[in-house]
Ligand binder design. Structure first.
Ligand SMILES: [Zn+2]
Ligand SMILES: [Zn+2]
Length: 327
């Protein structure tokens, strides 16, 4: 964080990054699922919070996408080139080599589809960058020597030996790690500056062929806009919560741990805001399902009646019923 504040071109991002993931909103869906979302996220590529969130959300999405696919047809490979002093040039060359590989006849014949993620490592000792591609592909058996040879050709002999491995449950996390290992850059403001400039508005994850339907478009700052458990877009915004009340679960969803009394209070408060208790989340893509008008009318009438009764009691001097939400 201090390193970010010392950069020449990106120092104004430090403040946003400092505030990132400090305040969370507690959400509840119509079916009583609870989760939290950060109210403010900075989307700075090296922000540990944003990186962690991004990689977890994407990995969970990929895992879901791979369910039911032939496991033996999936392979993981890392493609790299010689290190470069100029990071932007290194990244550009790598993507160009990748395009050449992808368009080669032998690749096309064997590979049905893939997802690829770019990763960059920094060597502070000799000040070089080592960009590489993590690739998860689906297709026929690819002998290692053949792929290595193809890759060396595609990179115009800058390429390095490739290792093909089978896909296991940890592979997706391996695939979508951080764009870079942040610890390598601590204390090196100049290098961080170059990295942030090179990665600005660049896509790091791409899909091809049979992986095309996998959504990676919002990798920058994936937001759900719907319940992570039932996909409902009818949501209640409960109160704001502190980071210590939030914990991330196995699927990358933030869960809330709060005293039930606090939640109840928030619930009553948001209920008192008319017209609707159920909001459309600001990021929701779909319209919430239309509610049954007759049912709504009935609920409204029931409340009305209760309120009238209450008013009547009050006029008789009786204490108002404290359990009523219209009190
Ligand atoms: Zn952030
Ligand atoms: Zn739900």
């Amino acid at each position: 964080m201090e390193t970010l504040a010392q950069t020449k071109h990106h120092r104004r991002k430090a403040a946003a990054c400092q505030d990132c993931h400090r305040v969370f909103r507690h959400w509840r869906c119509r079916n009583n699922h609870d989760w939290a979302e950060a109210e403010n996220s900075c989307s700075v590529r090296v922000c540990p919070h944003c990186c962690c969130r991004r990689s977890r959300v994407l990995a969970a999405r990929i895992d879901k996408f791979l369910v039911g696919r032939e496991q033996t047809a999936l392979r993981y490979v890392v493609l790299s080139e010689r290190s470069q002093v100029n990071i932007a040039k290194g990244m550009q060359l790598l993507w160009e080599s990748w395009s050449r590989l992808r368009r080669s006849v032998r690749w096309k014949r064997k590979v049905k589809g893939c997802i690829v993620a770019l990763e960059v490592t920094f060597n502070a000792h000799d000040y070089t960058w080592h960009p590489h591609l993590n690739v998860l592909f689906e297709g026929e058996y690819f002998p290692q020597e053949e792929l290595t040879q193809l890759w060396i050709e595609a990179t115009q002999h800058r390429g390095e030996i490739v290792w093909i491995s089978a896909v296991n449950p940890g592979t997706t996390r391996e695939l979508i790690k951080y764009v870079t290992k942040i610890s390598d850059l601590i204390g090196n403001a100049d290098a961080l500056d170059r990295l942030l400039t090179a990665v600005h508005k660049k896509r790091f994850v791409r899909t091809y062929g049979s992986f095309y339907g996998l959504s990676v478009a919002d990798e920058e700052n994936p937001v759900q806009g719907h319940c992570p458990d039932c996909e409902s877009t009818e949501l209640i915004a409960l109160g704001r919560v502190k980071p210590q009340q939030v914990a991330i679960d196995f699927n990358g969803v933030l869960r809330v741990e709060r005293p039930p009394g606090d939640i109840r209070k928030d619930f009553l408060e948001s209920e008192s805001f008319r017209p609707g208790l159920f909001l459309r989340h600001k990021y929701a893509h779909r319209e919430p399902p239309q509610r049954d008008r007759v049912q709504l009318r009935r609920e409204y009438d029931a409340r009305r009646e209760r309120a009238d009764k209450q008013a009547l009691w009050a006029s008789w001097g009786a204490a108002p019923d404290s359990s009523s939400e219209w009190a």
